[in-house]
Ligand binder design. Structure first.
Ligand code: ATP
Length: 507
C-alpha cells in the first residue's frame, strides 16, 4: 500500500476508534439513566436489549479499530521516516567531503524521525478532534439542542487557539537536547587536551553554561505547556457546565441530559489533546525546516566554477576549467590537466593553496558521471570505524579474503608494527598511531581496485622510508590506475611513483 493511502486508512481507523469510545460513553450513559427511569416506572416496555447490544458493538469496534489504527499508522509513520532518512543519506552521499560529522547526521536522523512521527503525534489527534467535534455537534443538533452544539464548537475553537499560541512559544527542545549531547561528548573528548593546557575550568564553565541554558529552555517549555493545558481545562470545564445547564433548561429528560453531557465530555477530552498535538506539530515544522536546509551549515567546500569538468574515459583522466582562488602567494587562475592510465600526478603547494579542495572536486565530479569506473578518494580526515582492521578493509570490499588482508598489512609495513587483521582500531581509529591510521586508509582504498585513486597527503605521519614504501606499494598494486596525490612537497625519493609521473604546483 502507498504511504498516503496507508496514512489515510490509519486516520480513518483512528477516527472510528474514537467514535466508538464516544459512542460507548454516550450510549451507555443514556442507557443507564434510561434504564433507571424505566425500572422505576411499573410495567415499563423499555427495550433493554438494543442499547446494551449497541454498547457491546461499540466496545468491540473500539478494540478492533484501535489496534488496527495503531498498526496502520505506525506502518505509515515508519515509511515516512525511511523516506526522510533515505533523502538524508542521499544528500550526505552527494555532499561528500563537505564535513558531515557523525553528530550532524545523528541530528538530522532525529529530525527525520520527528517528521515521520508527526503523523501519529500531531496529525492524528487534530483529525480525530475535528471529526469528533463535527460529529458530536451534528448529533446534538439532531437531538434538538443547537445552542449546546454551538457552545461545544466554540469551546473546541478556544482550545485550538490556546494550543496554537502555546506551540508558537515552544522552543525546539529536541534540537537543544541534541546540541547539548554533542557538547557533552565533545567535552569528554576534549578533557585530556584541555587538562594539558590547564583549561579544564574554562571547559567546565562552558559546559555548565550550556546545561543551564538547556535547563532554562526546558523549564520555559514545561511552563508554557502547563499554562496551555490549564487554560484548556478551564475552557472545557466551563463548556461542560454550560452544556449541562443549557440542555437541562431546554427541558431534556435525565437520560438525554446524561447522553449530551457524556458526548460533550468525549468531544472536549479530544480538544484537550490539541495542546500536545500542537507541540508535536511545531517540533515537526522545525524538523522539516532543518531537513530542508541540511547541508547548508555543513558545506565547507566552496562552489566550483561552472566551467569545471573532470572526465575519466578508461585511457586517462582529464580535468579542465578548474578555478584556483587568489591566495597571498598567487593570483587566481584556471587550471586543467590530463593524467593517462598508469601515470601519477603529484599536486604540490603550500598549506591552504587548495589541494584538498581540488582532489575532492575531481572525485565528486567523476562519481557523478555515469559509467563503471571506480573512483576512490582518500582524504585527510577519513574515518575508521570501531572494529578490527579486517572489518574496516571489508567495508570497502566485503569479498576481501583473510589472506589478502594479511598481505596488504605486509605491503603497507603495518605487520611490522604488530598490527594484525584482528587488531581493534578503537573508537575512530584512535587505537592506532597517526601513521598507522593513514596506511589503513590507503589500504582500504586499494581493496576497491580503483581506476582512479586520489590521495590527499598519503605520507602524513610517516618517516621517509615508510612513506617511500607506501607510495611504492600503491603504484605496484594499481599498475593501470590513474594516481593523483596531493602533497606539500614531492617526495624526496621519487622512484616509488613509477616512471610515469608529473607534478602540478598549485602554490
Ligand atoms: N577553488 C576554490 N575556490 C574557492 N576557495 C577555495 C578553492 N580551493 C580552496 N579554497 C579555499 O581555500 C582554503 C584552503 O583549501 P584546501 O584545504 O583545499 O587547501 P590545502 O592546500 O589542501 O591545505 P592544507 O595543505 O593545509 O590541507 C579553504 O578554506 C578552501 O575553502
Amino acid at each position: 500500500m502507498r504511504a498516503k493511502t496507508l496514512a489515510a486508512t490509519g486516520l480513518l481507523l483512528a477516527v472510528l476508534a474514537e467514535a466508538c469510545s464516544v459512542g460507548i460513553l454516550g450510549l451507555s450513559g443514556w442507557f443507564i439513566a434510561a434504564s433507571a427511569v424505566a425500572g422505576a416506572s411499573a410495567y415499563s416496555a423499555f427495550s433493554y436489549l438494543a442499547p446494551s447490544g449497541g454498547v457491546r458493538a461499540f466496545a468491540l469496534g473500539r478494540i478492533a479499530t484501535g489496534y488496527a489504527s495503531r498498526v496502520v499508522l505506525h506502518a505509515a509513520a515508519l515509511r515516512r521516516i525511511s523516506v526522510a532518512r533515505l533523502a538524508v543519506y542521499d544528500q550526505a552521499a552527494e555532499s561528500e567531503g563537505t564535513g558531515w560529522s557523525g553528530q550532524s547526521l545523528d541530528r538530522v536522523m532525529a529530525d527525520a524521525d520527528t517528521t515521520g512521527m508527526a503523523l501519529i503525534q500531531a496529525t492524528t489527534p487534530v483529525v480525530v478532534a475535528a471529526v469528533m467535534t463535527a460529529g458530536g455537534c451534528v448529533a446534538i443538533v439532531l437531538a434538538g439542542y443547537p445552542l449546546v452544539a454551538l457552545t461545544l464548537a466554540a469551546a473546541v475553537i478556544a482550545c485550538t487557539v490556546l494550543a496554537a499560541a502555546a506551540a508558537r512559544r515552544t522552543d525546539d527542545t529536541t534540537r537543544t537536547r541534541g546540541l547539548l549531547r554533542t557538547e557533552l561528548v565533545t567535552t569528554v573528548e576534549a578533557w585530556p587536551e584541555m587538562a594539558s593546557l590547564g583549561a579544564t575550568d574554562q571547559l567546565a564553565h562552558r559546559t555548565l553554561q550550556h546545561l543551564a541554558a538547556f535547563e532554562g529552555r526546558r523549564n520555559r517549555h514545561a511552563a508554557t505547556t502547563a499554562r496551555a493545558l490549564g487554560g484548556t481545562r478551564a475552557v472545557t470545564a466551563t463548556a461542560l457546565l454550560l452544556t449541562l445547564l443549557l440542555t437541562a433548561r431546554a427541558g431534556a429528560t435525565v437520560a438525554t441530559l446524561v447522553f449530551v453531557a457524556l458526548l460533550s465530555a468525549g468531544v472536549l477530552a479530544n480538544a484537550e489533546r490539541l495542546v500536545t498535538a500542537a507541540g508535536a506539530w511545531a517540533q515537526s515544522r522545525q524538523a522539516d525546516a532543518h531537513l530542508a536546509s541540511i547541508g547548508e551549515e555543513e558545506t565547507r567546500r566552496p562552489a566550483v566554477a561552472k566551467t569545471f569538468e573532470a572526465m575519466y574515459d578508461g585511457h586517462g583522466l582529464t580535468v579542465a576549467g578548474y578555478r584556483l582562488p587568489e591566495t597571498p602567494t598567487r593570483d587566481a587562475r584556471e587550471i586543467g590537466f590530463a593524467v593517462a592510465a598508469s601515470q601519477t600526478l603529484v599536486i604540490t603547494g603550500p598549506s591552504g593553496s587548495g589541494k584538498t579542495t581540488l582532489i575532492t572536486a575531481i572525485a565528486t565530479a567523476l562519481r557523478q558521471r555515469p559509467g563503471p569506473a571506480v573512483v576512490t578518494a582518500v582524504l585527510a580526515d577519513d574515518y575508521l570505524f570501531t572494529g578490527t582492521i579486517a572489518d574496516n578493509l571489508r567495508l570497502s570490499n566485503p569479498t576481501v579474503k583473510d589472506v589478502d588482508v594479511a598481505d596488504l598489512l605486509g605491503v603497507m609495513g603495518l605487520d611490522r608494527a604488530g598490527v594484525e587483521p584482528l587488531t581493534n582500531v578503537g573508537v575512530g581509529g584512535r587505537g592506532l598511531s597517526g601513521g598507522e591510521q593513514r596506511r589503513l586508509h590507503i589500504a582500504r582504498a586499494l581493496v576497491t581496485q580503483p581506476d582512479v585513486l586520489l590521495v590527499d597527503e598519503p605520507t602524513t605521519g610517516l618517516d621517509p622510508d615508510t612513506a617511500t614504501e607506501v607510495l611504492h606499494a600503491v603504484r605496484r598494486r594499481l599498475p593501470q590506475a590513474v594516481l593523483v596525490v596531493a602533497m606539500h612537497e614531492p617526495p624526496g625519493d621519487r622512484r616509488p611513483l613509477g616512471p610515469n609521473w608529473t607534478t602540478l604546483s598549485v602554490g
